[in-house]
Design a protein around this ligand. Structure first.
Ligand code: ZN
Length: 109
């Protein structure tokens, strides 16, 4: 089996531990860091750039509502996602209810 050394963690791993893209002549070009290091790097990048990513996502949704709706419908049709979405809606409603209740108590008495 083909192996490759990850420059980030320094371990020698089989090539299926690496992401790849298909090159112009159809061969697999493996990424340099292994999947584990790559994902860690991506997660760190997201943490560092979270605000910018959220702003970009909101702008994209605003600019492409039809595309976003279609993607959401496609996602919802996948198995298990309907239950996931219901759970999210429930959690969101609970949060909203708690917030409204707190606001009422602040303004009411
Ligand atoms: Zn690695």
């Amino acid at each position: 089996m083909k192996t490759k050394t990850c420059p980030s963690c320094g371990s020698i791993k089989p090539v299926y531990h690496y992401y790849f893209r298909i090159g112009v002549n159809g061969n697999k070009l493996y990424f340099n860091p292994c999947k584990k290091c790559y994902n860690l790097r991506r997660m760190q990048w997201y943490k560092d750039n979270r605000d910018a990513v959220l702003i970009y996502q909101r702008k994209y949704i605003k600019d492409n509502p039809d595309k976003n709706n279609a993607n959401f419908k496609k996602w919802l049709a996948k198995e298990g996602n309907l239950a996931k979405q219901r759970e999210r809606n429930r959690a969101c409603a609970k949060k909203r209810y708690a917030r409204l209740k707190a606001e009422k108590e602040l303004n009411g008495k």
